[in-house]
Design a protein around this ligand. Structure first.
Ligand code: MEV
Length: 381
């Protein structure tokens, strides 16, 4: 049996083809034939070569208070103990007022790579053209998206950078766009492609890539909480958590796992709300190594009264409209459960979830270890 024109077949036909190719019993193959709130015809348009559904649990983390508002947190994740751990930390944070998350500007970066710059004169010509025409170019781009402008978004700046590969110079343009409540990938990618078309006849060199940067350093979310020393388990646990943090601060091998724990929470919220968790992962890890050393995305300090102060800082490019978010009924339901009104609010809450998740992991590791709790929960299934 051939896979030719596989993409043109119906979902059921595709399942039958794979079943016979791999000699899998029909009963097993029918696992994928699960009815859901996304009908088959819509599912078939979401990605290519669809065979069916792959369910994951949808859970709710509780006790979150962020900027004085109570939240229920939808989390889609396969790993036991993540939801319980986040809820537990949120409960501890509540003793001293919950999480405070700062304002976040929804500024995203689109990059344009200019190659084949053959002389200093050509390089100067590009710099001069961009500097002289920056306002006009911004105006031109903003005219392309009147809806974004109506909502006070739009292009805010065009920045120019230089990088070299051996002796080869690349000029890199950064188009900074306020994407409002969107994650921004579609807006940004459209903007940079239009700008590239406009620039091509005007400047020397060859325009190559035109694409979003997932290192969203202008869209950084920050959250902070005080974790009560007694609720954490006492002075010794606080000291152990601080030592665990210092371990991550000075060892990239540990920092990677420390940050993985943070992303357990962030990715789960991202999936539940229809956001692109791969983009968040890429941004988070690039940000973690932005100083030249891979660092933890959270920090911990001792409070004067012996409690633990926790802070998180990472780029969070999450939206509440656009793409999958607006189309997926599950994502819409999650936003309703969270009672979220803007992308900024979603990022503020998600940053708090990341901090809660990390604190929970460190607390378990610094005390009884994670296997005991983990295994208890694993045994249930
Ligand atoms: C497991 O998914 C996450 C942890 O390894 C995180 C950490 O070690 O900090 C428990």
């Amino acid at each position: 049996m051939s896979l030719s024109k596989f993409y043109k077949k119906s979902i059921k036909e595709r399942r039958l083809i794979i079943q016979s190719l791999k000699d899998i019993p029909l009963s097993e193959m029918n696992l994928l034939n699960h009815e859901s709130y996304i009908p088959n015809d819509k599912l078939d348009l979401m990605i290519e070569n669809v065979l069916g559904y792959y369910p994951l649990p949808f859970g709710i983390a509780t006790h979150f208070n962020v900027n004085k508002k109570e939240y229920l947190i939808p989390m889609v994740i396969e790993e036991p103990s993540v939801v319980a751990a986040a809820s537990k930390s949120a409960k501890i944070a509540k003793i001293h007022g919950g999480f405070s998350s700062g304002p976040i500007q929804p500024l995203m970066i689109g990059q344009i790579q200019i190659c084949n710059i053959d002389s200093k004169e050509e390089r100067n010509e590009i710099f001069e053209y961009i500097h002289k025409n920056k306002d006009n170019l911004i105006c031109f781009l903003n005219k392309q998206d009147p809806v974004l402008i109506e909502h006070n978004g739009g292009v805010k700046d065009i920045q120019i950078r230089e990088i070299t590969n051996n002796d080869q110079l690349f000029i890199i343009l950064h188009v900074i766009v306020d994407v409002r409540d969107a994650m921004g990938a579609n807006i940004i990618n459209t903007m940079v492609e239009r700008l590239a078309d406009k620039l091509r006849p005007e400047i020397p060199g060859r325009i190559n890539l035109r694409i979003i940067s997932n290192l969203a350093i202008h869209r950084v979310a920050k959250s902070r909480a005080i974790f009560d020393k007694d609720a954490l388990g006492g002075k010794e646990i606080v000291k152990n958590i601080l030592d665990a943090y210092f371990f991550a601060l000075n060892d990239p091998f540990r920092a990677a796992t420390h940050n993985k724990g943070i992303m357990n929470g962030i990715d789960a919220v991202a999936i539940a709300t229809g956001n692109d968790f791969r983009a968040l992962e890429a941004g988070a890890h690039a940000f973690a190594s932005f100083s030249g050393q891979y660092l933890p995305l959270t920090r911990y300090f001792l409070h004067p009264e012996g409690h633990l102060i926790g802070e998180i800082e990472l780029p969070l490019a999450m939206g509440t409209i656009g793409g999958m978010i607006s189309k997926h009924p599950g994502a819409q339901l999650s936003l309703k459960i969270m009672d979220i009104n803007s992308a900024e609010e979603l990022c503020q809450v998600t940053a708090a979830v990341g901090l809660a998740q990390n604190l929970a992991a460190l607390r378990a590791l610094a005390d009884e270890g994670i296997q005991k709790g983990h295994m208890k929960l694993h045994k249930r299934i």
